[in-house]
Design a protein around this ligand. Structure first.
Ligand SMILES: C[S@@+](CC[C@H](N)C(=O)[O-])C[C@H]1O[C@@H](n2cnc3c(N)ncnc32)[C@H](O)[C@@H]1O
Length: 277
């Protein structure tokens, strides 16, 4: 092979490797996502610059924040089983700056909120978009341990942690083996995938949907629009990080103006939580 051909081949290989690297690095960006007309409209046509959203009186009456902050469980009550941490608990999560894993204004508050939201239900189905290692699934299972049926569905493409769903599965299996009322299913994939959306529609609706996946504006709108289609009558959508990521307020305003949800409530948690119906 001539030196000229060898150089050409080297350059070609280099470009191919670079392309594969980029595809791996940016696989979370939904370039293949088929975005529905409703999401496109909410993203492009809605002007939220003068929109303020009112809190729902009905929600305020239902969710007594005073009750929510009393008798909060301890970190170990939720994430330990027989004196050992569940597999979802990662050592590295204890070193986060804002101590979200142990802060009583985060998972313990969610625990009480699930109790309040499900107080008059015997069968509860929850969906979480963005599971990571399954902390929320564990909180839900523990909060609903006295229900007749508590079913958790989790969805995640494992982009934060390669073994996130596997740790979630291990943790939830421990709880399932010790609690006859609890069961779960975990899907590996993105919420914008058509086949995933169809699977969720086939198995829904859900009484509680927790949105904590893609934190881009488009991604959040996809999840909000999907959630309104998956929500049971009287079901409720929770959106984490209301105070933490600016796009969340923006996305929620768009979703309300678009008419996807009618009621809104803000709850002060570590990162802020929005409740929608
Ligand atoms: C902040 S973490 C979720 C934390 C989890 N809710 C908890 O409380 O432990 C965000 C997760 O969303 C997932 N994610 C990102 N884009 C997603 C998408 N389009 N659909 C579903 N999950 C997504 C990531 O893989 C990551 O595990």
């Amino acid at each position: 092979m001539s030196i000229y051909k060898k150089i050409k081949l080297k350059i070609f290989n280099l470009i191919m490797n670079l392309m594969f690297m980029m595809r791996e690095r940016y696989k979370h960006i939904s370039i293949n996502a088929v975005i529905s007309k409703d999401v496109k409209r909410a993203l492009v046509d809605i002007d939220i610059s003068r929109i303020t959203i009112e809190e729902s009186r009905r929600f305020k009456d239902k969710i007594d924040t005073h009750v929510m902050i009393t008798n909060l469980p301890q970190h170990k009550d939720i994430f330990y089983f027989k004196n050992f941490p569940l597999p979802c608990v990662l050592e590295l999560d204890y070193s986060a700056k804002d101590k979200w894993l142990t802060d009583e204004n985060y998972y313990p508050l969610y625990f009480n909120l699930y109790k309040i939201l499900t107080s008059n239900m015997e069968r509860v189905r929850m969906l979480e978009i963005g599971v990571r290692t399954g902390y929320q699934g564990v909180v839900f299972a523990k909060a609903c341990e006295h229900k007749t049926v508590a079913f958790f569905t989790g969805l995640d493409p494992n982009i934060y942690l390669e073994n996130g769903l596997s740790l979630a599965g291990e943790s939830l299996k421990i709880l399932r083996n010790n609690c006859t009322n609890f069961d779960f299913v975990l899907y590996e994939g993105y919420s914008w995938e058509q086949s995933i959306q169809r699977s969720l529609l086939h198995s829904g609706p859900y009484d509680i949907i927790h949105i904590d996946g893609d934190h881009s504006l488009q991604g959040k709108l996809v999840d909000l629009e999907l959630s309104r289609r998956l929500l049971a009558h009287d079901g409720i959508v929770l959106v984490d990080d209301y105070d933490h990521h600016v796009i969340i307020k923006d996305a929620i305003k768009r979703a309300i103006v678009a008419g996807w949800f009618k009621e809104f409530l803000y709850i002060k948690t570590l990162h802020g939580l929005a409740i929608l119906r």
